[in-house]
Design a protein around this ligand. Structure first.
Ligand SMILES: NC(=O)c1ccc[n+]([C@@H]2O[C@H](COP(=O)([O-])OP(=O)(O)OC[C@H]3O[C@@H](n4cnc5c(N)ncnc54)[C@H](OP(=O)(O)O)[C@@H]3O)[C@@H](O)[C@H]2O)c1
Length: 357
């Protein structure tokens, strides 16, 4: 296996640190350059980052000097992973793409771009097919931008995809989230605001879930020139809760056609497999959806279940009929793994297998 050198943009932040812990044990990718703001560049990583991971900072990374996010300083990299603040991601990611360095981004800036795929790696990796159109439009040989979803979208869209594949189009969905504080980056929400409390507002989050689900569950146009969104109507309510990692969502679903039974849904979720499984990607969860049955009526829970398959699997429980919609359930995703850095890494593994990197 040829090991590819990679860079991390926004390496000092919450998502950047998760990239470092996941890439430290990765057989295909080797961290070569770390980028952050002018506040951090020129410093040793251990002096620039306020390390908040339970795993120790890798020794090699600690001594690396943080660079500015200038593509010229990343020329040895086959890929860059971006955990950049959205205020700056737009310009910086565009510069890397123009320099023919593929960008796997966590920022929101390009998610709605008509030729930029928005990919949750256990859901819609066939959307990579539109990368060629993006390169054609910009006259690029290797550069592209592919984004992953908002962290809470990831937890909802994986079970919805399994249901859509098995039972056909979904007419409408309601989602109520309970989101971890690491989702707000560092220092994020102040302790006086979040301890002993629930904050029933996360700016822009509801709109992201309501729109992103429809692009991710949608299809590519026949000529691969862009994407067709699904007609699914999604209504979201988002809350910040005093949990460190792991976004929990209570979801209710109405199908366009005949409603399946609870048993049929459980079976569809347990048996669901994605393209990353078929391609044999290193980080692909063996079973993308872990299902809890009636014997475990109080699961999933963030503290107990967020690490399922190293954070790459979504956990679903409490599947039961709903008196207004057809069914309801609870899902849990690790917001900085499948909801952020892990999604970028697994997307990159798929892109390598598809010959795009
Ligand atoms: N946290 C999550 O669960 C999550 C999930 C999905 C998506 N996201 C998205 O991922 C991105 C990063 O989120 P985060 O939670 O990791 O944020 P964060 O902890 O605030 O980190 C932001 C990073 O951006 C860098 N940065 C800020 N201004 C910059 C500039 N002018 N030039 C270059 N780098 C700059 C920071 O570097 P310095 O340290 O030098 O300031 C830091 O490395 C955001 O777009 C966020 O919306 C986050």
């Amino acid at each position: 296996m040829v090991v590819k050198k990679v860079g991390i943009l926004g390496a000092t932040g919450t998502v950047g640190q998760r990239f470092i812990t996941l890439l430290d044990e990765h057989p295909e990718f080797e961290i070569a350059v770390l980028g952050a703001s002018a506040r951090s560049s020129g410093k040793k990583y251990e002096d620039a980052a306020r390390w908040k991971q339970s795993k120790a900072m890798p020794e090699k990374v600690a001594k690396m000097i943080v660079s500015e996010c200038d593509p010229k300083l990343f020329s040895e990299c086959s890929i860059v992973f971006s955990g950049l603040d959205a205020e700056f991601a737009g310009e910086i990611e565009k510069n890397f793409r123009a320099a023919n360095i593929p960008v796997l981004s966590n920022a929101k800036n390009y998610r709605r771009d008509p030729v930029v795929p928005l990919i949750v790696p256990t859901v819609n990796t066939e959307h990579f097919d539109v990368v060629k159109k993006q390169q054609e439009q910009l006259g690029l040989q290797r550069g592209f931008i592919v984004t992953n979803s908002n962290c809470s979208t990831a937890g909802v869209v994986v079970p919805l995809k399994a249901m859509q594949d098995a039972f056909g189009p979904i007419e409408k969905v309601t989602v109520t989230t309970m989101q971890a504080i690491s989702g707000a980056g560092y220092p994020g929400v102040s302790s006086l605001d979040i301890l002993d409390n629930v904050v029933p507002f996360i700016g822009g989050e509801e709109e992201k879930i309501e729109w992103e689900v429809r692009k991710i569950l949608g299809s590519t146009n026949e000529d691969l020139s862009g994407f067709k969104l699904t007609d699914t109507v999604v209504s979201a309510q988002c809350n910040r809760v005093p949990v460190l990692d792991g976004h929990t969502s209570c979801v209710a679903v109405k199908f366009a056609g005949k409603a399946p039974s609870v048993e049929e849904i459980k079976k569809a979720l347990v048996n669901y497999r994605c393209e990353a499984n078929k391609l044999g990607c290193f980080s692909a969860p063996k079973q993308p959806i872990h299902v809890f049955d009636e014997k475990n009526p109080d699961r999933p829970q963030p503290r107990l279940d967020r690490e399922a398959e190293r954070g790459y699997a979504v956990s679903v429980g409490r599947i039961r009929p709903d008196s207004i919609f057809d069914i309801k359930f609870v899902s849990l995703v690790h917001n900085t793994v499948l909801g952020a850095a892990g999604a970028g890494i697994l997307n990159a593994e798929v892109a390598v297998k598809k010959g795009l990197i």
